[in-house]
Design a protein around this ligand. Structure first.
Ligand code: IPE
Ligand code: IPE
Ligand code: MG
Length: 248
């Protein structure tokens, strides 16, 4: 049921929220803990934000969990992040399935350990008919890699140049079938895209907060959605109220 304290009308609620879950390392550092402790705390927080998304009526949630550039981190950290993904699937899948969450993966699975790939594919298969919330997990994801992959497949399929349209490109992206993100949230204050959804974000609204990801709670999420609801999305045109006023 919609929560009483959440007073955004359904038509003002973003259908698709994407999150750059950043700041786990600094969260840990500020507490004198190892970086992996920050990633664990970040994962705990993710569980809360998934629940809140269902409660708020968000239909698609995309989370940036591991970028194509994150392979460049120290190997213990990379291994730790792989382990966390595996552990989350092991511990949370049954509950997520019960809650009606459909899991999808965006990015490349190839570089992951075969046993982890299998777990991801199994989770996707198990939840494929769920429709309360679509959770896209961007893992080994890069926006440029996604576009390169799309171009390769478009060429392989022998598509004629004149048939290449926005809509066709969309169908070749990892996010095929998913609407563009309405709102992108980035925690920890960095003002950059970091290779996330660079095609799909053409007209997304942004919400950037200095809060580190493990501390980004339901209240701040609600605030992000309320801020979004008050925005005037113009898509390069003039706002509808201005247009009406000038034609009155
Ligand atoms: C985000 O937190 C999680 C991943 C990139 C996997 P970071 O690990 O980037 O945390 P900071 O930015 O170093 O604080
Ligand atoms: C983006 O954060 C990637 C994820 C959140 C998974 P990074 O911490 O890797 O990005 P940069 O290095 O600050 O741009
Ligand atoms: Mg970071």
């Amino acid at each position: 049921m919609a929560n009483a304290s959440f007073n955004i009308s359904p038509e003002k609620c973003p259908r698709h929220v994407a999150i750059i879950m950043d700041g786990n390392g600094r969260w840990a550092l500020s507490r004198g803990l190892p970086r992996l402790a920050g990633h664990k705390a970040g994962t705990e927080n993710l569980r809360r934000i998934i629940r809140a998304s269902v409660e708020f009526g968000v239909k698609y949630l995309t989370i940036y969990a591991f970028s194509t550039e994150n392979w460049g981190r120290p190997s213990e950290e990379v291994q730790g992040l792989m382990f966390i993904l595996e552990d989350v699937i092991d511990r949370e899948l049954t509950e997520l399935h019960k809650e009606g969450v459909q899991l999808r993966h965006i990015g490349r699975l190839e570089r992951l350990a075969p046993s982890l790939q299998k777990k991801v594919l199994n989770a996707i298969d198990l939840t494929k008919k769920n429709d309360r919330l679509v959770l896209n997990v961007a893992f080994n994801y890069g926006g440029r890699d996604e576009i390169v992959n799309a171009i390769q497949h478009i060429i392989k399929d022998g598509v004629r140049p004149e048939d290449v349209t926005d809509e066709l490109v969309n169908r070749y992206l990892y996010t095929a079938g998913v609407p563009d993100p309405d709102l992108i949230i980035r925690t920890s204050g960095e003002l950059r895209v970091s290779n996330f959804l660079i095609w799909q974000a053409a007209y997304s609204e942004w919400y950037v907060t200095p809060t580190y990801w493990p501390d980004f709670n339901r209240e701040e999420y609600r605030l992000a959605l309320e801020t979004f609801a008050s925005r005037d999305r113009r898509y390069g045109k003039v706002s509808s109220s201005e247009y009406e006023a000038s034609n009155a």
